[in-house]
Ligand binder design. Structure first.
Ligand SMILES: [Zn+2]
Length: 328
């Protein structure tokens, strides 16, 4: 039975390969998936199972780029329901106000300073976009540096809030009218139905020397987790299925899938020089956090263990505007 609130993804959404293998399949409205959903959304508005009837949680893996993805994904209507009702905006806002502390803001400031140093311009000459900005914290920090700061977001509550803090918001259709020096995507690409199309769209809004960052969850032992399929494992533990959380984490990237997707979008990886990363790295809060900060660039550049990658246009794709890449 087909559920009208879902759409099927029959090819790999990162590289468009049709060579896709099914790994796991269970109905959404029966245990163990239903139990997982009940407990996961219990702190928000709760799951509306009527929308899930007949739909299945189907995990597939792409033979080409190794992306693990959910085949049946919520359509726009259900996505909105999920992000605006099941996760209550009021609770999410309280969380945003209460949980993020100094460490979070220091991290943003450091990341933004690093990108600005790499771009080699003063802040007032730069235009940044935070794609999927949430409540606009990152965009607000970029604005504080003095650059032109834009954000996009699906949730109306979040858009209104970000605008009230002075962030300029851009709709999806308007993105290609702009050209940005930097586009930030932090924990966004794992949630979107058409990641390759999205990346092509965003790449078209980059200046010729602009860069885009994709940061998504890293789950290095994902094969092991998928063998066990331990629905009880808590978020953050070794066997947790959070990297493939039903309905939300619909794409689980490895490095290979990120790079393949970027190539398809006319982009190539930028290696952020260690020196630039270290330039703003020190905080004097304690030996432990300093040691962690010291190791982070090594994890990223040398060991390539983090799904935290910067891309720029390849030579062939410079001087061409949006829409110049075929969508099929
Ligand atoms: Zn693929």
């Amino acid at each position: 039975m087909q559920n009208k609130y879902f759409t099927d993804r029959n090819e790999c959404p990162a590289c468009r390969s049709c060579h896709v293998v099914e790994l796991y399949k269970k109905p959404y409205d029966e245990p163990p998936v239903s139990d997982y959903l009940k407990s996961f959304y219990s702190s928000g508005g709760g799951v509306e199972f009527t929308y899930l009837k007949g739909a299945e949680y189907i995990l597939c893996e792409c033979d080409e780029c190794r992306l693990v993805f959910q085949k049946q994904v919520p359509n726009e209507f259900l996505m909105k329901r999920l992000y605006e009702q099941w996760i209550s905006p009021e609770k999410a806002f309280r969380q945003h106000q209460e949980i993020d502390g100094l460490d979070r803001y220091t991290y943003y400031a450091r990341e933004i300073a690093t990108v600005m140093a790499y771009l080699g311009k003063i802040p007032s000459q730069l235009r940044f976009l935070d794609f999927g900005m949430g409540w606009g914290k990152w965009a607000l920090m970029a604005k504080a540096f003095g650059c032109e700061s834009y954000g996009t977001e699906l949730s109306e509550e979040r858009i209104k809030y970000a605008q009230s803090t002075g962030i300029k918001t851009v709709a999806w259709e308007e993105i290609s009218e702009y050209s940005f020096d930097f586009i930030n995507t932090e924990q966004v690409f794992e949630h979107i139905t058409a990641p390759l199309d999205t990346l092509i769209h965003l790449g078209g809004a980059l200046k010729d020397n602009g860069i885009i960052k994709i940061s998504v969850p890293t789950a290095r032992n994902i094969r092991k987790r998928l063998k066990r399929m331990d629905w009880q494992a808590e978020k953050g533990t070794r066997n947790s299925l959070n990297p493939v959380a039903p309905l939300e984490h619909i794409n689980c990237f490895g490095r290979k899938s990120l790079l393949k997707m970027a190539t398809m979008a006319g982009l190539e990886e930028v290696s952020m020089p260690l020196k630039t990363q270290y330039q703003f790295m020190f905080n004097l809060r304690g030996v432990r956090s300093t040691a962690k900060n010291l190791l982070l660039p090594i994890y990223r550049n040398v060991l390539k263990r983090q799904n935290y990658v910067f891309f720029r246009k390849t030579e062939n794709h410079k001087h061409v505007g949006p829409g110049s890449l075929p969508s099929k």
